[in-house]
Design a binder for this molecule. Structure first.
Ligand SMILES: Nc1ncnc2c1ncn2[C@@H]1O[C@H](COP(=O)(O)OP(=O)(O)OP(=O)(O)O)[C@@H](O)[C@H]1O
Ligand SMILES: O=C(O)[C@@H](O)C(=O)CO
Length: 426
């Protein structure tokens, strides 16, 4: 059996978000961490999401790792490759959405790439090329304060044009609303005008069904989970995949200690930490001290955690409010602070697992990447959905520790997310 859909995600939470969407739509989906090191049994699998940590690395490195993933996915039979980006279009003028899309387009001789980060289930909609996060334009949303890629422009045609040499067209909502033929015609038109990519508007899931049906006709597309939903529906509709029942698999409880690690400084995660503080022990790490003496702070955090683990879930966070994050950004070593904090949280994760933690929730995409890499996990099967975009993940047995995880995108989940997650991670 060959793969119906190959996906390359630019971070690990984004990968599990997409894998969740594909599984809920009825695709048998596996998430791998990077490219599998050894031969990988894909029997019965419809879609693979290769999770990369390529969102915030130099563009040339992101291109190289994405190209390698695309080659592998195509070798497994994937007729279409979706490049999964963040639903808030996290990127800078240097990339990496434009450069990676350019490279995937060139290597598959794809004349036009549909690009849409719309994901209505989490309030991300695109209208006239402008990205909204619930009711506010992207540049007025909490993403304006992001520690790594503050977003100051909601107009995605402009944002993407700064990242690529090819023209970026726009397919407005009225065209998508008119259906697949109108969308195909508009894409042909923008291509004739010299564009190699087009931002496509979408406000409701029905728009993503139209977009998915059309995007499947090209070799490559770029988007968030909403586009995944459309592509999955199109694969089932066309008969290329037989719909699976996502609730069919039941799993034995994992047991072991439970812990939460937060490195996301998003508004949603900050609120979730505050709510959890009323339910269990919370250790708030001081970023300045963490940067000055990482080893000492990691040791202190583990000394705090070990005697508490047996009593129930606990939470350790480096997360801080926008003013503190901004203060850190003013330091001369600002370029490396995020990475250092991620590594400290990864070291804490490792210590927690050594102490018997088998259920681990991580908030933040970059943070999740560092943690999963440190734990040596090579892939996940997709379990029940905790909140839109966040599934329970079961580490593939025999590779890395046997455990349940939830990798929460910074801005996802309701205020009681951590308790909701723990209920589904027995
Ligand atoms: N107190 C802090 N001050 C500044 N940066 C921090 C602090 N705590 C964590 N960070 C860094 O901020 C970045 C947060 O990125 P991360 O991807 O983990 O979360 P996010 O962007 O909110 O989530 P997502 O990418 O899933 O939307 C990481 O590099 C993390 O190390
Ligand atoms: O699309 C999203 O918003 C998330 O899956 C994500 O990528 C956050 O890192």
């Amino acid at each position: 059996m060959t793969l119906a859909l190959g996906c390359i995600a630019d971070d690990y939470t984004g990968a599990s978000d997409l894998a969740n969407t594909l599984a809920r739509q009825g695709l048998r989906t596996v998430q791998t961490i990077g490219l599998p090191a050894t031969a990988f049994d894909l029997s019965g699998v419809d879609a693979v999401v290769v999770a990369l940590k390529s969102r915030s690395i130099p563009a040339a490195d992101a291109v190289a790792s994405s190209q390698a993933a695309a080659i592998w996915l195509r070798a497994q039979g994937a007729g279409h490759v979706l490049f999964k980006i963040c639903s808030t279009f996290d990127s800078t003028d240097a990339g990496n959405i434009g450069p990676v899309t350019d490279a995937l387009r060139a290597s598959s001789a794809c004349p036009m790439v549909v690009v849409t980060p719309a994901f209505p289930a989490t309030g991300r909609t695109v209208f006239q090329g402008n990205l909204f996060v619930w009711s506010v334009p992207l540049d007025e949303s909490p993403l304006k304060d992001h520690p790594l890629n503050p977003m100051h422009d909601a107009n995605l045609v402009r944002v993407l044009s700064r990242q690529t040499a090819t023209g970026v067209g726009l397919v407005p909502l009225q065209v998508v609303e008119a259906g697949v033929d109108a969308l195909r015609a508009r894409l042909a038109q923008v291509q004739a005008e010299g564009c190699g990519m087009a931002i496509v508007d979408a406000v409701f899931d029905r728009h993503l069904l139209t977009i998915g049906a059309v995007a499947l006709g090209y070799a490559v597309s770029t988007g968030a989970s909403g586009l995944g939903l459309g592509l999955a529906a199109a694969l089932i509709e066309s008969g290329r995949v037989t719909k699976a029942d996502p609730a069919a698999e039941t799993e034995a409880p994992m047991g072991g200690h439970a812990a939460i690690l937060a490195g996301s400084c998003s508004a949603a995660t900050l609120a979730q930490i505050d709510v959890f503080a009323g339910q269990g022990p919370v250790l708030r790490l001081d970023a300045e001290r963490l940067l000055a003496d990482s080893e000492g702070q990691v040791a202190e955090a583990l000394a705090w955690a070990r005697p508490r683990l047996g009593a129930g879930p606990l939470l350790i966070a480096s997360s801080a409010a926008p003013d503190q994050v901004a203060a850190l950004r003013g330091r001369p070593d600002a370029g490396s602070t995020g990475h250092k904090i991620e590594q400290a949280l990864a070291a804490i994760a490792e210590g927690l697992v050594q102490a018997g933690t088998r259920r681990l929730i991580v908030a933040g995409g970059e943070t999740s990447g560092a943690v999963v890499d440190r734990l040596g996990i090579s892939g996940f099967r997709i379990g029940p959905e905790i909140a839109a975009g966040v599934p329970v993940l079961r580490a593939l047995s025999g590779q890395g520790p046997d455990m349940l995880m939830a990798l929460k995108s910074g801005n996802f989940g309701g205020t009681d997310f951590f308790r909701d997650a723990l209920k589904l991670m027995p």
